[in-house]
Write a protein that binds this ligand. Structure first.
Ligand code: NCD
Length: 318
């Protein structure tokens, strides 16, 4: 697939991969590839966003996403303000919209928001004039994680045109509560991959089959067909009632250990968005083994988030 001559990026926000086209996704990933090299320089900065301000507004816990956005913004020379639910006026009852408008009134160009409510990023984007990037909204989407996962797959498998046709990707585990799964599904399908969702029936929402995914309950049966395994964390904090008999039983049927990995293709890629429950969905020898892309995902996240910040703020200027 070549660069489309008539293509023009025009998104002021990145809220969900569902609302991006395949061309949009490829354009973001190509931009990320161009920016990847900045992080290898001794002076890790370009002036692309000099004089611009990015605000991180995180109402849920986060390590890698938050740090990744902060570093991405500073590598583009933007100023970064870091706010969290705790310690800000939100703890005093201020609404997300009021907090967003207040920050914007101080001259912010982009707000990166994480919130436990699905749809929070969309409603914030309607309330402010600056750009909004969704860093995870409830169980809905986590678009930059989906983009960095797809970027990692394409880079590792030499798909320089970001066309994933012919590849089979399994997303395994707690699909029901995973915004990472939803973003991956939309992006992977748009770029031509086949997606198999694997997990116990209680953690696999039927609706995703309508998008064109295959659903499977028996991990071992599908393993030999898979090119990429994306192992998800059990979202214990979002699971209301018990949805599987025990963690031990879950690990037995769905955990990726070295014995199970032997049933897969020898060159299968192993991914995990982090944070990992080692010994539950993935064992340490697999997570730290040669097929794992886990740290590469973290590194690639920087370039992808640099691309997202750069693109949304450039759309806002035109
Ligand atoms: C994910 C998240 O917060 O949605 N983590 C991340 O951003 N890397 C996945 C998770 O919490 O399991």
């Amino acid at each position: 697939m070549t660069d489309d001559a008539d293509y023009r990026w025009n998104h002021r926000h990145i809220l969900a991969i569902e609302s991006l086209s395949a061309r949009d996704i490829r354009f973001i990933l190509r931009t990320a590839r161009g920016l990847e090299e900045v992080s290898t320089r001794s002076v890790k900065k370009v002036p692309a966003l000099r004089g611009r301000v990015v605000a991180n507004l995180f109402f849920e816990d986060s390590t890698r996403t938050r740090v990744s956005f902060t570093l991405a913004a500073s590598r583009l020379s933007a100023d970064v303000v870091d706010l969290s639910g705790k310690g800000s006026s939100v703890a005093k009852g201020e609404t997300l919209t009021d907090t967003g408008r207040t920050i914007e009134a101080m001259g912010v160009d982009a707000i990166v928001v994480r919130h436990s409510l699905s749809g929070a990023a969309l409603s914030l984007s309607r309330a402010v004039a600056c750009s909004v990037i969704n860093a995870g909204d409830g169980q809905h989407e986590h678009p930059t994680q989906g983009l960095l996962d797809i970027y990692t797959i394409a880079r590792r498998l030499g798909r320089d045109d970001f066309d994933l046709s012919g590849l089979t990707v399994a997303i395994v585990g707690d699909i029901a509560h995973s915004r990472v799964a939803r973003s991956n599904v939309h992006g992977l399908l748009k770029l031509g991959a086949k997606v198999i969702l694997v997990g116990p029936p209680t953690l696999l929402p039927r609706g995703l089959a309508d998008l064109g995914c295959e659903l499977a309950h028996r991990f071992d049966d599908v393993l030999p067909r898979i090119d990429v395994l994306n192992m998800l964390r059990i979202q214990f904090e979002r699971i209301g009632s018990q949805q599987f008999p025990s963690v031990r039983e879950y690990a037995h049927f769905y955990g990726l250990n070295r014995h199970r990995l032997r049933k897969a293709r020898p060159d299968v890629l192993v991914m995990h968005p982090g944070p990992m429950n080692r010994g539950v969905e993935i064992d340490s020898d697999v997570a730290d083994g040669p097929q794992s892309t886990i740290l590469q995902q973290v590194t690639n996240g920087l370039a992808v988030r640099m691309a997202c910040l750069f693109l949304v703020t450039s759309a806002a200027r035109t």
